[in-house]
Design a protein around this ligand. Structure first.
Ligand code: BEZ
Ligand code: FE
Length: 291
């Protein structure tokens, strides 16, 4: 082996890290070395800068556990989570696009009847979301599961509010594919800013907010599940979502109604929002071919 120079170091490291029997691990590690070396050659960090970077990464790791995932937040704010999501969920034009799951999904939400109230007295503007789940041929998908989670009107998820089953629930579509959800409008919120990611964001002019959205994980036998959100059009953060989650097709109107008859048939005297959205699932077999 030739001894090390600044010029030959990348080639030497690449050669050494090619010595991996598993072809996928070899591909991953050689690409990592190539891009890491290119990054270092481009920015030419001083030694204190390099140790500052190592300290930052160390603090990201130390802050991460099963409750707080600063590592995932790093991937989110750098746009990497959405890139991985896009690569793994390429969908034909007509299908509902996916977006990041985020850290607030909880398994085993309460099962709710069609039209039932997800909010159960939580603060916020009364909101109804209705629509149909269909397949790519326009055929309604009855019995599809819609697993929802969202903030209340104060911007709090269950994890921040503290009560079990708060602002989450599981609905099923009717035999004709329709669904009706009664809830309150979510609002935009900031990602956690009390860790190393927040410390870095504070040094930038980047918004640390997400626009108001409702999370949906939709599944049905024979179809590819989709994890997505519906975003409120005209939210002040819609064009600057800190985790790059907004796709055009997922932006919906929260239509303000003055009161009166609601989609569940009840009559209310207060203003409410109405959201209409049809989800489109792709068949599991189509999804396999597209992948
Ligand atoms: C969320 O939408 O719940 C979320 C996604 C990524 C980072 C933080 C929150
Ligand atoms: Fe969210």
């Amino acid at each position: 082996m030739p001894y090390v120079t600044e010029e030959n170091l990348t080639d030497l490291a690449l050669e050494r890290w090619s010595n991996i029997p598993d072809p996928r691990l070899r591909q991953v590690m050689t690409a990592l070395i190539k891009h890491l070396h290119a990054f270092v050659r481009e920015i030419e960090p001083t030694t204190p800068e390099w140790f500052m970077a190592i300290d930052w990464l160390t603090r990201v790791g130390k802050m991460s556990d099963e409750k707080r995932q600063e590592m995932i937040l790093t991937s989110d704010v750098f746009g990497v989570s959405m890139l991985v999501d896009a690569i793994n969920n390429r969908a034909p034009g007509g299908a509902t696009p996916s977006t990041v799951e985020g850290p607030f999904h909880v398994q085993g939400s309460p099962q709710l009847a069609d039209g039932a109230d997800l909010a159960k007295g939580a603060p916020g503007i009364l909101t109804f979301c209705t629509g149909t789940v269909r397949d790519l041929d326009g055929k309604p998908v009855g019995g599809a599961v819609l697993d929802l989670w969202q903030t209340d009107g104060d911007g709090l998820y269950e994890a921040q509010h503290g009560s079990e089953g708060y602002m989450r629930g599981i609905y099923r579509t009717n035999p004709d594919g329709t669904y009706t959800i009664r809830t309150v409008a979510p609002i935009g919120y900031t990602v956690p800013m009390d860790g190393p990611v927040g410390e870095l964001m504070e040094k930038t002019r980047i918004s640390h907010f997400r626009p108001a959205h409702i999370h949906f994980a939709i599944s049905a036998p024979g179809y590819k599940p989709v994890t997505t959100h519906l975003f409120q059009r005209d939210d002040e953060y819609i064009e600057t979502d800190v985790v790059f989650g907004v796709k055009e097709k997922l932006i919906v109107d929260f239509v303000k109604k003055p009161g009166g008859k609601t989609p569940t048939g009840e009559t209310v005297s207060t203003p409410f929002y109405e959201i209409k959205y049809d989800f489109v699932l792709q068949k599991a077999a189509t999804a396999q071919k597209a992948a």
